[in-house]
Ligand binder design. Sequence first.
Ligand code: HMG
Ligand code: MG
Length: 298
Amino acid sequence: TLPRRVAIVEVGPRDGLQNEPGTVATDVKVALVARLRRAGLRRIEVGSFVSPRWVPQMADSGEVLRRLSPGPGDRYAVLVPNLTGFEAARAAGAREVAVFASASETFSRRNINCSIAGSLERFAPVTAAAAAAGIRVRGYVSCALGCPYEGAVAPAAVAAVSRRLAALGCDEVSLGDTIGIGTPAQARVCIAAVAEHVPPERLALHFHDTYGRALANLRACLDLGVAVIDSSVAGLGGCPYAQGATGNVATEDVVALLHGLSIDTGVDLAGVEAAGRFITAALGRPPRSPAAAPAAGP
Ligand code: HMG
Ligand code: MG
């Protein structure tokens, strides 16, 4: 059976903007988050505390976080790769962080410059410090449905990393199809395999739309007990360390799909479309989502 309600985690301000060639002004980022919030998105990934040499687009995440004032129930999260990032995020007022691992060794090294095992060792002090500070932690697993360097990734490998992240104290594990290579049947098999180790209520689907299959893949997983989906306004996004990762599935498309299945999201589609027009105008490019296209004709 399908879930009655799905929570959307809007990742555009982070996963989207980290991959834009130009830097977006802090003012624009703050305004984008405000618009997304007004559209009913309560969970928004607003930045990341990574090396500014690796990802200069996110260098102002501390400033972004300081300028936001989340109301009760608003969850604004930031990525942290290590304790250095965590401490900076906490100093900027973060109430929720995300660590990010990979199911593929090569991707792990390219993305965060260490092995999978090494990354989990780095996350342990982060989750411990977060627990002590009452800060919520999400864990990502990249390359869940395939790796740009290694090709196929075994569901067992995804399950193993997911289980470790959950054991470290991540209250949610988000499974990334980083390069959008998955297919519906494969996505289902992988998510079901992970759900044997981490309860599906603690999983999220983070699918990129590189080959236009993200919606089909999401639909194929919706009756497995997962009720959290990551998406990016206007289909912004990608990953600077995964060649060909063109963008997250568009929030507009996910909201339209879910509402079409009579699944509640609490999100106002017109409001997300407006936010998409705002950010794509600032970036000087059209929104990627067909749902966000202007209505044709008179
Ligand atoms: P490293 O070079 O191995 O780190 O990078 P290090 O510990 O050796 O430190 C090197 C320098 O970086 C030092 O500075 C540190 O202070 C500094 P120096 O002494 O040379 O001046 N440093 C930091 N600065 C700011 N913030 C920090 C930090 N840590 C160290 N947190 C590191 C390791 C992880 C830092 C680097 O590889 C990095 O920043 N990687 C970021 C990669 C990234 O952001 N990727 C995109 C996000 S993941 C993603 O998009 C996938 C996802 O969407 C899911 C999916 O789709 O699959 C989540
Ligand atoms: Mg991603």
